[in-house]
Design a protein around this ligand. Structure first.
Ligand code: SF4
Ligand code: MG
Length: 315
């Protein structure tokens, strides 16, 4: 049973005088209880839009998002179903999760009141590596890394069953990135909280995620257990991304080593959306939209694979 189930999700943005942009164009993704799923892809592929739709912050134009068996209700409709209090978010900018005018302790206290828990504000601050005295201070009095620790404490204090973390380390110094990612993952594991960890930092995702989902131009093009997907990527885009990660593993951003730029989501290529950049594209790729092919616990959208046959690595 999935805790989060996204099926054929579509989210469009209107632009005055221009065609709508379909930022998420039929994406499928699931997160199981206690699972850590890494969602990777280049800037502009729709990762953040997908995250916001999961939380009800954006209204989908098609498809469904279910959380804990019930459809996610778009924000603004009151009262918010109680189940959705079990869904928390951590943003790239900690100020997006924190209120700059309220003391840290009061904000964690608000989160504690969402769902009953014996843990105190001081205990949460300690668990994220901050002194209890931080409770009396304001978010701007802390460094970026410390603010993200506060955002993690606030999210976990609400006793969520799922945290969606959108680029939670991207704005931090290199030295703080691994620390904050590990803190979030360790606490999620010890609390049994599922995590959808969205990042363009493949090395981090490889380290922390049970399962990886690769997104390209509004679609999830491959999913699978992280180690397997890394060893035998079945989608040429996954293969290109993975090949672009320098080894031994360090904190590397996604380099611009793929040919061409990400196409404009307002006018996606016909056929397979990756075909203009795909090193192994063939004639059908320009006209046929690849369906999702599933084999065991892997799913891929590429015409090189056939339903009912084992997936093979594309290197
Ligand atoms: Fe490349 Fe064709 Fe597969 Fe698309 S369907 S990823 S263009 S081989
Ligand atoms: Mg983003």
């Amino acid at each position: 049973m999935s805790l989060l189930q996204i099926e054929d999700l579509q989210v469009s943005y209107r632009r005055a005088g221009h065609p709508d942009v379909m930022a998420v164009a039929g994406a499928d993704l699931s997160v199981a209880p206690g699972e850590i799923v890494g969602l990777v892809g280049e800037t502009g592929c729709g990762k953040s839009t997908l995250a916001r739709a999961c939380l009800g912050l954006l209204r989908p134009s098609g498809g469904t998002v279910h959380f804990d068996g019930a459809p996610v209700t778009p924000l603004g409709r009151r009262p918010r179903p109680a189940a959705q209090r079990r869904l928390q978010m951590i943003f790239q900018d900690p100020f997006a999760s924190l209120n700059s005018r309220r003391r840290v302790g009061a904000q964690i206290g608000d989160a504690l009141r969402l769902n009953p828990s014996p843990t105190t504000v001081g205990e949460w601050l300690t668990r994220v590596g901050l002194p209890e005295s931080a409770a009396g201070r304001y978010p701007h009095e802390f460094s970026g890394g410390q603010r993200q620790r506060i955002a993690i404490a606030r999210a976990l204090a609400a006793q969520p069953s799922l945290i969606v973390a959108d680029e939670p380390i991207a704005a931090l110094d290199a030295s703080a990135q691994a620390q904050i990612a590990n803190l979030l993952v360790d606490l999620a594991r010890s609390e049994g909280v599922s995590l959808l960890f969205i990042s363009h930092d493949l090395a981090i995702v490889r380290q922390i995620a049970d399962r990886t989902a690769v997104m390209y131009l509004g679609r999830v093009v491959e999913t699978g257990p992280t180690a397997e997907l890394w060893d035998t990527p079945a989608h040429p885009y996954s293969s290109a991304l993975i090949g672009a990660v320098p080894r031994p593993d360090g904190l590397h951003r996604l380099p611009d080593e793929l040919p061409g730029d990400v196409p404009d989501p307002a006018s996606p290529p016909p056929g397979c959306r990756f075909h203009p950049r795909c090193p192994v594209a063939f004639d059908r790729c320009a006209t046929e939209d690849p369906p999702a092919i599933t084999w065991q616990d892997r799913t891929v959208r590429c015409l090189l694979h056939t339903e009912g046959e084992p997936l093979h690595a594309i290197n």
